[in-house]
Design a protein around this ligand. Structure first.
Ligand SMILES: Nc1ncnc2c1ncn2[C@@H]1O[C@H](COP(=O)(O)OP(=O)(O)OP(=O)(O)O)[C@@H](O)[C@H]1O
Length: 373
């Protein structure tokens, strides 16, 4: 993706540029009113930018300098809206084929049966949308968009209208999309949980501007972005792989950057990719390797940054091969004389594990599992 947009609407100015990931999910994340839907509508061709360029997979959709502005139906884009927008008078099957027949047969690379199977909607084909649950409607809407064989799938908060149970029902299907179809997905959300399940890349947008674009793991480790992430507490996100689903002590062992992280056993397959979320308050710091301790996870590292946000505690960013935040009191900071560059040991207590976006083996519900070790 090559997206560069300048646009004014009322008192709001949009001035964004980002590239996104060539495949998998790129998340557009930001607070309400940041301009996310406007960006997606401009990529879809529903709203015309004042200036800029929008290209996807080598196809130029809009270029103000070259006077290119393809109409929506020529853009090869699938759009999944928050509210599904199925055609009420048509069956599920006809809603699906309606999308398919919009694309000429020679350009169709997404086939009906695999989509129906992937989304688990085979038994719904003869029903009308009014006889579907919210989660089922969204799965059909995703199927309809996919069956247009798009070069890019736009998903604007596709889970936002669903209750937590329906959200958990649909999320695994979206996860599978990203890895089973080589179609890049631009996914709008203001739920970090969703992004950590799905996104290989994250574009942080605020007040019509891109603040940063990177792997979510990297963005979430940056202290300068913490106040823009809408999180109530500092935490680190580390990608890891399941090394041993159940060891001799009934723990699951995860591997990242040469380290082994032991967590309470959860259902996982060896080699599965996961994202581990570690709240800063679950990490302690020691100057020497603690002996005879109940902490299972102790990693050597170095202090990189001390982030003082004016509270009785400070957040310390460690480098243990990956960035890791620890929350300590001001008293500990002073007594241990902690400073950037100082070698230390990180003691991790509790973490939460969720399936990562690149994992192709997991079919289970991806709710976060909170585990202690
Ligand atoms: N037609 C319009 N005319 C004038 N201003 C508009 C118009 N449409 C949207 N805006 C303004 O543009 C800004 C960006 O809106 P947009 O819907 O793109 O944000 P968003 O990040 O998608 O928000 P949300 O998460 O609430 O959907 C907002 O300040 C909005 O009020």
């Amino acid at each position: 993706m090559d997206i560069r947009i300048n646009h004014r609407q009322g008192g709001f100015t949009l001035d964004v540029a980002f590239r996104g990931a060539p495949s998998g999910v790129t998340a557009l994340y930001g607070p309400s009113g940041a301009g996310k839907t406007s960006v997606v509508n401009m990529v879809a061709g529903l709203l015309k930018p004042d200036a800029g360029r929008i290209a996807v997979n080598g196809l130029c959709l809009f270029d103000s300098a070259r006077h290119i502005d393809l109409p929506p139906e020529k853009r090869r884009i699938g759009y999944v809206f928050q509210d599904g927008r199925l055609l009420p008078h048509l069956s599920v099957r006809s809603n699906l084929t309606y999308g398919m027949h919009r694309t000429p047969a020679r350009r169709r690379f997404v086939k009906f049966d695999p989509v129906v199977e992937l989304l688990g909607i085979g038994r719904l084909l003869d029903r009308r949308p009014s006889k579907l649950s919210g989660g089922e409607k969204q799965r059909v809407a995703i199927g309809r968009a996919l069956l247009t064989s798009p070069a890019l799938l736009l998903m604007d908060e596709p889970l936002a209208a669903l209750d937590p149970a329906r959200k958990a029902e649909v999320l695994p299907f979206v996860m599978r999309l990203g890895r089973e179809f080589a179609i890049p997905i631009l996914y709008v959300s203001h739920a970090l949980d969703e992004i950590l399940h799905l996104a290989v890349r994250m574009v942080l947008i605020q007040e019509g501007r891109v603040l940063a674009e990177d792997d979510p793991e990297v963005l979430l480790s940056r202290s300068d972005l913490q106040s823009h992430l809408g999180r109530s507490e500092t935490e680190s996100v580390i990608s890891a792989v399941v090394d041993e689903p159940e060891d001799a002590f009934g723990l699951t062992r995860l591997r990242f950057g040469g380290h082994t992280l032991k967590v309470q056993q959860f259902q996982a397959a060896r080699g599965e990719s996961v994202r581990v979320r570690i709240p800063a308050r679950q990490v302690a710091v020691a100057l020497s390797p603690p002996r005879r301790t109940s902490f299972q996870n102790v990693f050597p590292g170095e202090i990189r940054e001390i982030w003082d946000h004016g509270a009785p505690f400070v957040d310390v960013r460690l480098d243990i091969g990956r960035p890791l935040w620890a929350r300590i009191t001001r008293q500990s900071l002073s007594e241990l004389n902690l400073k950037p560059g100082r070698p230390v040991f990180a003691l991790i207590k509790s973490v939460a594990v969720s399936p990562g976006p690149s994992d192709a083996s997991r079919e289970k519900e991806p709710s976060l599992v909170v585990v202690d070790a």
